[in-house]
Ligand binder design. Structure first.
Ligand SMILES: Cc1cc2nc3c(=O)[nH]c(=O)nc-3n(C[C@H](O)[C@H](O)[C@H](O)COP(=O)(O)O)c2cc1C
Length: 107
């Protein structure tokens, strides 16, 4: 099982409504591929963590890297893990500070 974290910058035309739709679609698609994770947005900045079987995470991240709705994508971490950190969330938006707390396993 692989867990991958990256940051990026949304295009300026991404409205709150388009962002909400994107996360809703992501949650549906992830549920059907056994992918879980979290996303935090602050202004146009994005931080996302995705986890699942390596092939599923690699496929998704290559889609995400090709997505024109954001740029400046920087992979922060790619770790083999034995258990999921977010088993209950196919994709959920968290406040940035909560994402940090989760990353340090405080929450
Ligand atoms: C910031 C950001 C996060 C995304 N997160 C996900 C995700 O968690 N799951 C997902 O399926 N697509 C996500 N997407 C969308 C993918 O880049 C891509 O559009 C989608 O996987 C294509 O699916 P399709 O080929 O079935 O249309 C995200 C896009 C952006 C810009």
């Amino acid at each position: 099982m692989l867990r991958l974290a990256y940051i990026s910058q949304l295009e300026a035309d991404m409205t709150d409504e388009r962002i909400a739709q994107m996360i809703e679609a992501a949650a549906l698609a992830n549920a059907s591929h056994g992918v879980t994770g979290v996303i935090a947005l602050e202004g146009l900045r994005v931080c996302q963590v995705i986890e699942g079987e390596r092939a599923d995470v690699d496929r998704l991240f290559s889609n995400i890297m090709g997505d024109t709705r954001h740029t400046a994508i920087i992979e922060l971490d790619r770790t083999e893990v034995s258990a999921r950190r977010y088993p209950e969330w196919s994709m959920v938006r968290l406040p940035m500070v909560d994402m940090v707390l989760h990353a340090y396993a405080v929450l």
